[in-house]
Write a protein that binds this ligand. Sequence first.
Ligand SMILES: [Zn+2]
Ligand SMILES: [Zn+2]
Length: 575
Amino acid sequence: MDNPEIARIFDEVADVLEIQGANTFRIRAYRNAVRTVESLTTPLRKWVEENRPLTDLPGIGKEMANHVREMVETGTLGFRDELLAEVPRSLIELMRLPNLGPKKAKKIYDELKIGSVDELEAAAKAGLIAAVPGFGAKSQEKILAGIAEYRQHGSRFLLPQAERAVEPLLGYLRESPGLERLEVAGSYRRRKETVGDIDLLAIASQPVPVMERFRGYPQVDKVLNAGDTKSTVVLGSGLQVDLRVVPADCYGAALVYFTGSKEHNVKLRRRAVEKGLRISEYGVFREQPDGEGEWIAGREEADVYATVGLAWIPPELREDRGEIEAAAAGRLPDLIRVQDLRGDLHMHSTWSDGRNSIEEMVTACAARGYEYMVISDHSKSLSMTGGLDAYRLRLQWHEIDQVRSRHPEIRVLRAMEVDILGDGSLDLEDEMLAGLDLVLVSLHSRLDLPGEQQTARVLKALEHPEVNVFCHPTARLINRRKPVDMDLDLVLRRAAELGVAVELNSSPNRLDLKDTHLKLARELGCKVVIDTDAHRTAELDLMRYGVEQARRAGLTAGDVLNTLPFETFWKAIQR
Ligand SMILES: [Zn+2]
Ligand SMILES: [Zn+2]
């Protein structure tokens, strides 16, 4: 059992305990364990195998350690199963809705005997929720919005969660005898920020044994469909996976078809029709007046695109956002790659809420071949992160100076991720701001301000002459927190005028700005930077998620400031 699943089970236990009105300390203990497990970079399985004391981990006491051991060894948690048996299934579904939570779900369940999300929606639309004591018209509206959000995202996995399930499965399948090719298609291949399910495509001389091996994968929880060339399973993590084995002649056509997006494929097919062709998952066919049509291509994706006069289109662009027109005109962008980055511009150290010292971060950045890097700890208003005031910031500068002298191989810039306060002023004195190489600003509080106020607050912050980068601009957390209500178009326009760069934060929970916003930012002439916001050395590797999101926006290396050599970068980042 892997870490995300262990975290999910702990979370479920906490939810059920909350419904049952258990002791709040007990509930919190489980929530803390979730946080610890989610932030771990090594699999707990390894800890158990190597007999490392789990209680060394923050938030993992004796009881949690026993739970972890049980899950790793048996693949399940008896305590969770016992708890679930005490609570109706439908209630568990309700409590997972955004804006609802365990306590309110229980109340609605008890008062209205509602047994499903559909029934809840009907009740809310009929005005029944507003009549429940403790609820009102406002919470009824929120519940409806939550249902809409749940339907859209509820069962979607973040990319790293999906990767943690998919990568070992690919390794396992590659050992099938007779397997010639294997690839992931779908939104996973398009590197969409979340994926619903996984589509695998394969070529194999003998499909049946590959299918059997797939269905026999130890992590399979349920087999939904067991065919000779197609099977569907659900993994223990809840991720649904389809595997199709297709003939070599139509592999490229199938890969185009199952990679999508739907919109991209529709446009592609329309283009084919105009040329008297038909594109399907089986290949490209020239229409004949009688019958099937003559097969003309399908082995490779590039062959399929070529039949309709297009260059091969990178999967990240396949969203029908102009890529087909660009391919037709020979204007496909040369998309940015991870190795184009020459510096990481946002990271934390033990001076605030990071796990590694400045020197450890510096060594790790140098090891990644960066020319320059930025230490940007939090400012004081984020007190729970140990944010720095002027006094501690000066001490930090002293340490940066020392580290610099020991590491001439990389340029270390001193910066700070300064909080934008409620009124749009900055959480650090002007004279200190002036002493920083770069000033990064972010929203971390009062994220629920009404649109006009939020926009004004951000604009005021960007006007401050010392500000260089606006970080994770919409403050969203994917699947967890909506973007702030703000006139992003106006903010980006102003940022472009002022010469303030906007960040693409690579944390897979954020990916902020997201693809469509980035595209807009580039069109408006904003400077763009991509960074990791790493809170530990291992997170410096998150850069690839940011790069993938940038590729989805059609960005080239030339669109991103921190691909530049230091001297040019330094000029370009100035206002
Ligand atoms: Zn931040
Ligand atoms: Zn940060």
